[in-house]
Design a protein around this ligand. Structure first.
Ligand code: UD1
Length: 422
């Protein structure tokens, strides 16, 4: 397995091109199961989770071609075999996104339960009870979900007890091919849900209310849109670069992004004192660091609130704010594993239940540290870039799941970072 060796402190400068969004790409790729012709995807990021998704789709009878230089994926669903095995779903919890489209396309599905993961329990009960309401029998046996449409897949009124991103996406996909009307209440408003919905609308689906907490879907036939779909820029990658610029006090320009998805991230970093300027069409962001940062108090929330996927990266940046910051994690119960590693670099952070109290400013010093999950890894990279001396971050395969060529992008703006085999 690979590790990253980082020499800090880094002073970076220049322009960074933001890649396509992982969390937008995954449901879009799985939505190809709903069609009977080739679907084309552009701006697909080169990530492990995309590799895993394409393997899983192939297992299920949807072969693909991936032009990695062009970022184009073409998927051709044929003779679907509606089974998603544990070996692949355990590598990527978003494999549960196969369930909705398979049930809609094949009338049945056997999908591995995703199991636990480092950031806490990741149950899928909402996905299952919503499908039951739509006329699907669900049985869970030996680690697998067995789903079967009783007579017809039919629209239903569904009230999600908590906002679930992949839950909303799964049921949205199934509902486009169900008989009649589905209403999703307490639906996720994340931009990734909107991207998926807009693609389905271009394919002929009748969907209203995308981007609000109530989505209405009238089921019907779908046709692959000619031009395929372009994956939107990754808002979490963009936010990660803002945190890198802030922590290393480096002016950076982030291009090829979409500022309209980043409101709450801008708000928090501006409160800290980070300068953020956006160009006219929102595709480019100029980040200007400051000498002194103010502490902030935030809590993670579903969109449009501050994303849990940005929590760890913000925490690394807050180590340099002058005073006590408070981060309350309300989405996942065990999402502070980066804290112990940040402490190894000299950060002063206390955990009280679901709150992390960050006391700054700190002088961080390089040390050997260990990546535990995707966004935690990003937070360690940020801290290591800002720390004095050498850090070695082990187990960076987590990083490869969600950041395209992070070390190459870092090197291009002047960071001293090397990937080594351990
Ligand atoms: C998605 C994102 C992930 C992000 C998360 C929250 C993808 C591929 N992944 O994950 O990066 O961190 O949203 O923004 O888009 N819950 C239940 N029962 C369920 C489903 C969810 O209790 O059936 C709970 C979860 O435990 C969690 C909360 O609801 O506390 C939100 O989870 P959810 O939005 O479903 O996360 P994912 O869709 O898995």
């Amino acid at each position: 397995v690979d590790a990253l060796v980082i020499q800090g402190p880094s002073r970076l400068a220049g322009k960074v091109q933001v890649s396509g969004s992982k969390n937008a790409a995954l449901p879009l790729l799985f939505s190809s199961l709903l069609f009977d012709r080739k679907v084309r995807f552009e701006n697909v990021p080169r990530l492990w989770d995309i590799e895993t998704t394409l393997k899983l789709l192939k297992e299920m009878g949807a072969a693909s071609q991936w032009d990695k230089q062009q970022g184009v994926v073409e998927i051709t669903p044929e003779n679907l075999k509606p089974e998603a095995p544990y070996e692949l779903v355990r590598q990527m919890r978003a494999g549960i996104l196969a369930l909705g489209p398979l049930v809609a396309a094949c009338g049945r599905a056997k999908v591995s339960l995703p199991g636990g993961c480092a950031i806490g329990a990741r149950p899928v009960g909402f996905h299952l009870s919503a499908l039951e309401k739509m006329g699907v029998t669900i049985q869970v046996d030996a680690g697998y979900i067995h789903a079967e449409v009783k007579s017809v897949l039919r629209g239903a009124e569904i009230d999600f007890p908590l906002v679930s991103v992949t839950g909303t996406e799964n049921i949205l996909m199934a509902a486009t091919r169900a008989e009649g009307r589905t209403v999703l209440r307490n639906a996720a408003q994340e931009p990734e849900v909107v991207e998926l919905g807009n693609f389905l609308i271009r394919a002929g689906a009748k969907i209203q209310g995308l981007g609000t907490d109530t989505i209405e879907i009238e089921g019907g036939a779908l046709n692959v849109p000619e031009q395929g779909v372009r994956i939107c820029p990754d808002r979490i990658e963009t936010g990660t670069w803002i945190a890198i610029a802030a922590a290393t006090r480096s002016p950076l320009t982030l291009s090829g992004t979409d500022a309209s998805q980043l409101g709450s991230v801008f708000e928090v970093f501006r409160k800290m004192g980070v300068g953020i300027e956006v160009n006219a069409d929102g595709s480019e962001i100029r980040v200007t660091p400051a000498q002194h940062y103010s502490p902030v108090t935030i809590e993670t929330q579903p969109f449009p609130g501050f994303a849990t996927d940005m929590q760890a990266q913000l925490m690394a940046a807050l180590c340099f704010a002058e005073g006590k910051s408070v981060i309350r994690e309300t989405i996942f119960e065990n999402r502070f594993m980066h804290v112990a590693e940040l402490q190894r670099l000299g950060a002063r952070i206390e955990i009280h239940g679901n709150e992390a109290h960050v006391f700054g400013p700190c002088r961080l010093k390089g040390a050997p540290i260990m990546a535990t999950d995707l966004r935690a890894s990003a937070s360690l990279v940020i801290a290591a870039l800002a720390a004095e001396g050498e850090s070695k971050i082990s187990r960076i395969y987590h990083l490869d799941r969600g950041y395209q060529k992070l070390e190459l992008k870092l090197q291009a703006v002047g960071a001293h970072v090397q990937r080594i085999a351990e």
